[in-house]
Design a protein around this ligand. Structure first.
Ligand SMILES: *Cc1c(COP(=O)(O)O)cnc(C)c1O
Length: 366
């Protein structure tokens, strides 16, 4: 038998979450499902059937774009960071990929490109996040340059919010950036790609022609704890499940695990779970991080090791072989929100789902 840890991908939840995303996007808006980082750790091939009827995919890696084409996908694929080298344009032409242009060097590559291919281009503005994109004062020049290139068949406007999930300097986190964006593209033709999950769910007034939805589709709330995934009607799409592989009875002043980080105050029953940081569970998750055993909430104890972690079974009749849910759904239906586990670990649902390692068996269920 293999080690009992598994990541279960729930197709019905993926479909449910896409439906929720649809409810937050208007009929005229294109909904691009973001499947970067191997579909946020879920596996592109595992989510493909559930998302293929959206209006397109968005991702970063050419290799992932090619995997979508290998699945016979014919629709739009957008490379969010654009091309990394001039020769990538040949592959964009061959595989019919749209891409962002965020820097002058990419425009130079396009100018120098020798073929009859034409490209759908998303010109990216740096409207305040200061990561990728042209500053507002350089934007119109870049737009005019691109609009005159024969190889550019469609030219759209693109930006990315830094604070769509909350506030920025005390004001609504989208207002400032969106205003900059609007003012800059004023008079320049083209559709707009603006919204991520947080903007899609929270800011319906933003007319994003191409919505780029990621995390919400994977059942994590982009603005937790303001809203939980359940508040948005989102369901967990990944469950990290394992089993109890040993039980220890310990007394007061005995410790558990490396560094003796947890010391019992009284007699305790401790379950050892086949899950560690080499599976992608965060080593920094502290004592108190929630866990489900047989669908019942309990907590992590002590330091997470490479292959194991400990949980409190003092008030549980759980035994060897019993189900442990690190996040997601128990077989009995009870849910441990990935956002709750992430918050206890000082991170986000994004990081937990992306961190699952290759040794964890992935199983796809309805
Ligand atoms: C990852 C990403 C998204 C999706 O963001 P979510 O918060 O997961 O919805 C959208 N746009 C860009 C440019 C991204 O890199």
């Amino acid at each position: 038998m293999p080690r009992p840890i598994q990541a279960i991908i729930h197709k019905n939840a993926l479909k449910n979450n896409l439906k929720i995303a649809r409810q937050h996007t208007g009929n005229s808006q294109h909904l691009l499902t973001v499947v970067k980082a191997n579909a946020y750790g879920h596996g592109i091939e595992n989510v493909y059937d559930c998302f293929k009827n959206a209006d397109g995919f968005a991702l970063l890696d050419l290799s992932e774009a090619m995997r979508l084409r290998q699945l016979n996908y014919n629709g739009q694929i957008l490379l969010l960071e654009g091309i990394f080298h001039a020769t990538d344009l040949d592959l964009c032409a061959q595989y019919h990929l749209s891409f962002a242009i965020h820097s002058p060097h990419q425009i130079q590559w396009l100018k120098a490109h020798q073929s009859n291919a034409t490209f759908e281009v998303f010109l990216k503005m740096n409207s305040g996040m200061n990561r990728l994109g042209f500053k507002p004062e350089d934007y119109a020049t870049a737009w005019h340059t691109l609009s005159q290139l024969n190889c550019v068949s469609k030219l759209h406007h693109m930006m990315h919010f830094s604070d769509a999930d909350g506030d920025r300097f005390g004001e609504n986190g989208t207002n400032y950036q969106y205003e900059v964006f609007q003012n800059t593209i004023n008079g320049l033709a083209g559709k707009q790609s603006v919204s991520n999950s947080a903007a899609m769910l929270r800011h319906h007034h933003i007319p994003s022609d191409f919505v780029r939805a990621g995390i919400a589709l994977y059942g994590s709330s982009p603005d937790y704890p303001t809203h939980s995934a359940a508040d948005w009607g989102l369901k967990p799409t990944m469950s990290l499940r394992s089993e109890i592989i040993a039980v220890q009875q310990i007394g007061a002043n005995e410790s558990i695990g490396y560094g003796s980080k947890f010391i019992a105050k009284q007699d305790m029953k401790v379950g050892i779970v086949a899950c560690g940081y080499a599976d992608g569970y965060q080593r920094v998750s502290p004592t108190g991080t929630p866990v489900l055993v047989n669908g019942q909430r309990t907590t992590l104890l002590g330091r997470v090791s490479m292959d194991m972690l400990a949980v409190d079974l003092t008030h549980s009749d759980a035994n060897i072989g019993d189900e442990v849910v690190l996040w997601g759904q128990s077989k009995c239906g009870n849910i441990l929100a990935i956002d709750e586990v992430a918050a206890a670990s000082g991170t986000l649902g994004y990081e937990l789902m992306c961190a699952i390692t290759a040794r964890v068996e992935v199983k796809v269920e309805d």
